[in-house]
Design a protein around this ligand. Structure first.
Ligand code: AGP
Length: 610
């Protein structure tokens, strides 16, 4: 969604701001803008559309020598994606310019009060109230004015402010939306995520909630919620910018699909000990608390929810705890039944998804044990979770998740084995065998990708003209069907549905007619025969069936029209292999249809609004 950059340094700010905004393009946006401090005035340039439009406008309008500035990519929430609603927003006096990520929930009340005092609004955004509040709160002290303004805001915000009275400085603050700062030789950089500043430094400061930073060319001074100075230490980012570049691939999505052997291995291997047990760096439940657990609730959105759906089957099978899985936007408003013997597992790649964060806060408030599976270090969900297990997938840029999903599923396998061991449901030998199977997966992921890419490329041809596709499966295969269907629809714009195979005959089978394409996920041995019956049902109604199964079932597959075979593995881990051809199928279909694969329409990488 929206992205923020800022720079205060020795050099011209505009090239750094544009470069930072380009690094944030992957988050999804529909307008972009910058503001720079030029002597006693603030110059704003902003426009609807891509950053290339902004570059053209800047090239035509000015070659500003300013060395301090802020920038923004906006993903429209309040008001249309047009030039006026684009950030930065200027206060009525012209003293302040602000860029903002998040949503100000009380903006209508604030706006009415400001209008009653004569403030004139030009945009439809919630952000403009911040600009005018800054004017109203101005007390001659830049930091104090920003803090007084932020204290009136409800909702989520990360804001960066320029003030014409302090042209060498930027003040930023946040609550609920992230901000990161980096200090190096050429100046101080601000970003809403580290990719915006990684080219300049790997040592970054994560601004905590309600903290404020006063930034200039020499560094940053931090203030806590109470306004007292805070001594912050930088954190080292272990990956470099090349990890966030295409590296010769046509799209980030394909690169990230191909990185899955490493993402899985980096996530699993540090947690498997030499004697074949599982250990986590931050698992705060005691053995006693684990034994007392009565149930598990998994909460997430989108693909993270689908990872949780796969995890549910494995967790229940191994731990014999009831596991419920919920979409975060549903969970948070249904007054869920929770208690201290419930483990709430929250899953998020970005660690910033608004509904998932709200669900975590609800679980924390209700006294549950919370355990977060997160990819982005020091993100809001990671910071607020009871325990955190990081997926080591590295930066994921494509909007359609692939390697982060696989790493999330990998962590769920680890958690299931860990809890089963602690509960005495897997003995030492069984746990060691489980870990051995898990450690074998990266090589099998590699083999699957190597074996099926060409075949998928060919099979994708028949999806190109489709308007509808169906993905069916049972149990773990159903979890995979949901993810396969999402991958297809979100990047290729083909309508697709995932159905529990056994449920088809309760309604949806009426849509199956001669030529309908049905992808049958049939890898999980426990239900293979049952899924086979459902394949026969749709074939009998004229469907063309593309089956995905394992080598051990090849003879039983019978007369499906097309088949993709994945290697045999521990059946509980079959989703991890089965999803790979489905990711490739979505990718190659979208590519053949000429879609904008890494930045699909209307979507954002990190959904920071509810
Ligand atoms: C899937 O390809 C999407 N990017 C989306 O469904 C995503 O998984 C969802 O928005 C959750 O994001 P999160 O993992 O960052 O919380």
């Amino acid at each position: 969604m929206c992205g923020i950059v800022g720079y205060a340094g020795k050099n011209r700010a505009v090239p750094y701001l544009l470069e930072g905004l380009e690094k944030l393009e992957y988050r999804g946006y529909d307008s972009a803008g910058i503001a720079v401090a030029e002597g006693g005035a603030l110059r704003v340039t902003k426009t609807r559309g891509r950053i290339s439009n902004l570059e053209a406008l800047i090239a035509a309008e000015h070659q500003s020598p300013a060395t301090v500035g802020i920038g923004h990519t906006r993903w429209a929430t309040h008001g249309k994606p047009n030039d006026v609603n684009a950030h930065p927003h200027r206060s009525m006096s012209g003293r302040f310019c602000v860029v903002h990520n998040g949503i100000i929930e009380n903006y209508l009340q604030l706006k009415a009060a400001l209008q009653a005092e004569g403030y004139v609004f030009v945009s439809e955004t919630d952000t403009e109230v911040i600009a005018h509040l800054l004017d109203k709160s101005w007390d001659g002290d830049f930091v104090s004015t920003v803090r007084k303004t932020a204290a009136q805001l409800e909702g989520a915000y990360a804001i960066c402010v320029l003030c014409s009275d302090c042209p060498d400085q930027i003040v930023c603050t946040r609550w609920g939306s992230p901000l990161v700062l980096g200090v190096c030789e050429s100046g101080t950089f601000i970003g809403s995520d580290v990719t915006a500043i990684l080219r300049h430094t790997n040592d970054v400061y994560y601004l905590d909630g309600h903290e404020t930073a006063l930034v200039d060319a020499h560094g940053a001074v931090f203030f806590g919620k109470d306004g007292a100075a805070v001594d912050k230490q930088p954190r080292r980012i272990e990956w470099n910018l090349s990890a966030a570049q295409k590296g010769g691939y046509e799209h980030f999505m394909l690169k990230e699909i191909m990185e899955q052997p490493k993402a899985f291995s980096d996530t699993v291997s540090p947690r498997i000990t030499a004697d074949g047990t599982i250990a986590f760096e931050d698992f705060r439940l005691t053995d006693d608390e684990i034994r007392r657990l009565r149930r598990v609730a998994v909460v997430a959105c989108g693909s993270a929810y689908h990872a949780g759906a796969a995890g549910k089957y494995v967790l229940e099978k191994l731990t014999r705890l009831p596991v419920e899985i919920d979409i975060a936007s549903e969970f948070r408003y249904r007054d869920p039944v929770l208690d201290e013997d419930t483990l709430v597992v929250v899953i998020s790649q970005s660690g910033e998804t608004a509904d998932t964060l709200a669900a975590l806060r609800l679980a924390n408030e209700r006294g549950c044990k919370t355990l977060c599976i997160v990819n982005v270090v020091s993100s809001s969900i990671a910071n607020e979770g009871g325990s955190v297990i990081y997926t080591h997938a590295g930066p994921e840029i494509a909007v359609a998740t692939t390697k982060a999903y696989s790493a999330q599923v990998a962590v769920l396998y680890l958690i299931a084995g860990y809890l089963a061991g602690k509960k005495g449901l897997l003995d030492k030998e069984q746990l060691a065998a489980y870990c051995k199977d898990l450690s074998a997966m990266p090589a099998l992921i590699q083999k699957t990708l190597d074996d099926c890419e060409k075949q998928i490329q060919a099979l994708s041809q028949m999806f190109i003209p489709l308007e509808h596709a169906y993905f069916i499966g049972r149990n773990l295969d159903y979890a995979c069907a949901m993810e396969a269907s999402l991958k297809m629809k979100e990047i290729s714009y083909i309508h697709s549905e995932a159905y529990a195979a056994g449920e088809l005959k309760h309604g949806t089978i009426s849509l199956i007619e001669k030529g309908t394409l049905v992808v049958a996920l049939a890898a999980y041995s426990d239900v293979f025969q049952k899924t086979l019956s459902n394949i026969k049902e749709v074939k009998a109604r004229g469907a063309r069936v593309l089956a995905v199964s394992t080598e051990r079932h090849v003879d039983a597959l019978g007369e499906v029209d097309y088949r993709i075979l994945i290697p045999d593995c521990n059946p509980l881990f079959s989703v991890t292999l089965e999803v790979l051809p489905m990711q490739l199928l979505g990718y190659y279909t979208a590519r053949a249809r000429g879609c904008d694969i890494d930045k699909p329409r209307n979507l954002a990488k990190s959904v920071t609004v509810e």
